[in-house]
Ligand binder design. Sequence first.
Ligand code: FAD
Length: 407
Amino acid sequence: MTTVDLVALRDHLRPVAVALRERALAVDADPGALHALLDAGVLPYRQLGGFPPGYLDDPLRVRGVPVLVRTCVERAVVAETLAWGDASVVVGAPGPSMSGVVVDDLADDEQRDRFYRHVAQPRTWTFFGLTEPDRGSDAAALETAVVARGVPTGGATADGATEGGAAADDGSPGAVLRGHKKYVGNVARASLGVVFARHRPGPLGVGVYLVDTARPGFDAAPLVTTGMRAVQLGEVRLRDVPLRPEDTLGRHLSPSRRGLLGAVRTFNRLRPVVAALAVGVTQAALDYVRAARSSFLADERLMLETFDDRLHAARALVLQAARGADADAADGTLPAAAKATALDLAEEVTRAVPALLGPGARWEHPYLDKLVRDVPGLEMMEGTRTVQRLTLAQGWLQGRARHVELV
Ligand SMILES: Cc1cc2nc3c(=O)[nH]c(=O)nc-3n(C[C@H](O)[C@H](O)[C@H](O)COP(=O)(O)OP(=O)(O)OC[C@H]3O[C@@H](n4cnc5c(N)ncnc54)[C@H](O)[C@@H]3O)c2cc1C
């Protein structure tokens, strides 16, 4: 349970959100403008990055109390508050980001120190390499592989196993990463990150590897996107990128705790944060329309007030899911419910609100247009609502989260 005063944390970060809002359109027009935003010093990205104790001299202080932003609840509150200004900058900022969460879950002490010492340097981006062009984010079907150096494509994996063959240990000396990842945030400017790759067939055959992007064969480039543009989604071709045994995250854990199965905990911790971003975007859209128009017809007022009520409920569910993930990260039921609920609302609100500002609203109100474009990006991050509903249904059938209304 967190001891941080969440209301004070929100209040503390509100001016940061305002500063992000002021610069949101510049960053949307040119993601490179993120550098100018960082130069302006308005975003305390290192303090909000979730570093463990010992890696920052000057942690965030809220009413004098240090806040490390390490729990899912703290991350969700930070994400929601700042997303009111610009959700894409929250995800596109330098720092440990999503890989920090997987490192926290899987790394041993030496790996954790290697990661955080590196990322503590100013303006250091990280990446989280899961999604593939042909396999999406279905981690069980990954094509990116750890293979023995010199083995032709389709040959033996690093531990000597061919398709369906016997398995030994992964991350063996002489192993290389080979494959293609796509839609990976920040990858073209990252210097360190994690790659999900198969080292042998079967459910225990996916590993997570800590990789420096300066290694030979790591070839990343940005993609052009219509929304969440500060994230600078990219693709990376892994052309026999050398791996060392110490790159295998969770090498000290049993096979069932590391790799894909271990990373499920990470996804459960990240989903409430994406849901919180959607809550922040929804609040931004509702506040925007009320600021842009002084009076509403009765049915319009009713619609907005209904959205307010649903937003209140979604915010409570997201916090409940974040608390649940902090208490038991193995249970993804509430995080899935939170993400589906928050995205339903964000999509409905951002679609409904422009109509209240006239036929040319998206043209005349570019910030509103940006919110409309960002929501599909949030829908895709950490799995679509379809996938969340499947997780929620499984949890429900197994007797979990019975107190949550089905979405
Ligand atoms: C802003 C942004 C940032 C991202 N950052 C990263 C990152 O840093 N690293 C990374 O690896 N990836 C990242 N991604 C990619 C993202 O994680 C994936 O695109 C997302 O998880 C969806 O997975 P998918 O592409 O496999 O789509 P799928 O899950 O296959 O979904 C494709 C479509 O099929 C539908 N669908 C899926 N399953 C079912 C089913 N069982 N029944 C019916 N319909 C179904 C979905 O609803 C959807 O419409 C990012 C994406 C975005 C937009």
